[in-house]
Design a protein around this ligand. Structure first.
Ligand code: ADP
Ligand code: ZN
Length: 435
């Protein structure tokens, strides 16, 4: 693929120059936040740090962390860094893990965010010649708005489909010749399945690329989606609190996501001790907004688990990469004292040839945690003899035990019996929380 950059001067900037730019922006932002946001000033006062203490990038460790609980305490206006009259938009988290958080944007914040999405699209080979089907939800969720704005900045023809109504998605895709699809990976997998049922082979589908994110997905899932739709599938990461999708995105290498380092500073910490970890070590991603005006979060604990990779990328971008998040600290299930991430279960299922439709049910019976996994079969498996099915279940149970270190009860279920998702898939039902 020909190398394309949305902003080569920024995306391929010399690393030392980038560090100088980040330092200047950090100093300015900390001073601004200290003066404009009483909530944050109190936190800094409690930590005994003043803006003058921040002189180098390394000094960032002196600043207190900001957590999702802080955002909820400050709800709705407590973290505003700009006058409300200067704000032009709010967006809200999907509430995947609790009460929603609202974020504010000035016009400059919107431009910055859409520019990040434009970088992501361009890195995936998208240009003004393309037709982009945006099938992320529109509205409060950032997926639709972000990619929509990015698509406009690139100058492509944008189909603002939003999520759902799969029939209409397919009709528009085929009639208008959509070349790029933006949605969650679980919805992309579902669309692939629906297209096949409509009799379309991958080579009949006009798509060439997909920009998928907003939930964890595995490398195996990527390959399945690529085959089903006949495309290249690129990962995109972001969160409402920091802006939305586009905080990090994959380039043609498809090997980690470049963070937009001119706008955001990234650290990885040990989630228990809060200690900053060296590059290459796995931990919780912490992000600092260097340019945001309305919602300028400093050292925000994302709870997403990842690894930072500073090695040079053949694409020429100098911005550091992050590995695909394997889940978040709060997705992690502790079952009989063992840490289990749903993404580990998904990896085993897909590697053993099952479709990405499954449900994880955790419960507590007689004071003992139970783990049940309902796994959908393909039509081919479904017609197997009972004996084969029993063997399949046993093999899956063994593979899950090897991966997780605990035993799960596996139930193979009929094709189409696990509910499909149009946005972020809800795959875990933890009944223990209800008691
Ligand atoms: P919520 O936290 O309610 O889901 P958002 O809609 O803002 O709120 O979603 C942001 C979260 O989605 C991130 O913190 C992360 O956990 C997840 N996410 C976003 N993109 C990706 C991705 N590419 N891979 C894995 N997880 C992702
Ligand atoms: Zn790259």
């Amino acid at each position: 693929m020909k190398k394309r950059y949305f902003l080569p001067d920024v995306e391929c900037i010399d690393r030392e120059e980038l560090a100088r730019m980040q330092t200047e922006k950090l100093k300015k932002q900390v001073r601004h936040v200290y003066e404009a946001v009483p909530f944050y000033r109190r936190k800094m006062d409690d930590a005994g740090v003043v803006p003058d203490d921040i002189r180098t990038l390394g000094d960032i460790v002196k600043l207190p962390f900001l957590s999702k609980a802080d955002l909820r305490d400050a709800y709705p206006f407590g973290l505003l860094g700009a006058p409300l009259a200067d704000c032009v938009r709010i967006q809200s988290t999907s509430g995947t893990t609790g009460k929603r958080v609202v974020a504010f944007y000035t016009q400059k914040d919107i431009d910055l965010w859409e520019e990040c999405c434009a970088r992501a699209l361009t890195a995936a080979g998208v240009s003004r010649e393309d037709v982009i089907q945006v099938s992320y939800g529109y509205g409060l969720f950032t997926g639709g708005a972000g990619l929509h704005g990015g698509a406009h900045k690139v100058g492509a023809l944008t189909l603002p489909m939003s999520s759902g109504n799969t029939e209409r998605q397919i009709n528009f895709m085929m009639d208008l010749g959509a070349t790029v699809l933006c949605c969650t990976p679980s919805y992309a997998a579902y669309l692939g399945e629906a297209l096949r049922e409509h009799g379309y082979e991958p080579e009949d589908i006009p798509l060439k690329a997909g920009i998928f994110g907003a939930e964890p997905w595995s490398e195996t899932m990527r390959r399945e989606i690529e085959q089903a739709l006949g495309i290249k599938a690129y990962d995109i990461y972001g969160l409402t609190e920091i802006s939305g999708p586009g905080v990090a995105f994959e380039c043609a290498e498809q090997n980690g996501m470049h963070l937009c380092c001119d706008h955001f500073l990234a650290e990885v910490i040990d989630p228990d001790s809060g200690r900053v970890l060296p590059p290459g070590e796995r931990g919780e991603l912490v992000l600092t907004c260097l340019d945001k005006e309305a919602f300028p979060l400093l050292r925000y604990r994302t709870r997403d688990i990842t690894v930072l990779d500073p090695s040079p990328c053949p694409c020429g971008r100098t911005h550091l990469r992050m590995r695909r998040p394997m889940g978040r600290t709060d997705d992690m299930l502790i079952i009989r004292g063992v840490n289990v991430f749903p993404s580990q279960i998904e990896t085993v299922l897909l590697e053993m040839g099952y479709p990405p439709h499954y449900r994880i049910v955790v419960d507590r019976v007689n004071h003992t945690d139970t783990l049940d996994v309902d796994v959908e079969m393909t039509a081919g498996m479904f017609s197997d003899r009972i004996k084969d099915l029993t063997e399949r279940e046993a093999a899956l149970t063994r593979a899950l035990r090897d991966m997780l270190g605990i035993t799960a009860k596996v139930h193979l279920v009929a094709p189409k019996s696990v509910e499909r998702s149009e946005g972020k898939a809800v795959r875990v039902i933890d009944r223990r929380k209800l008691v």
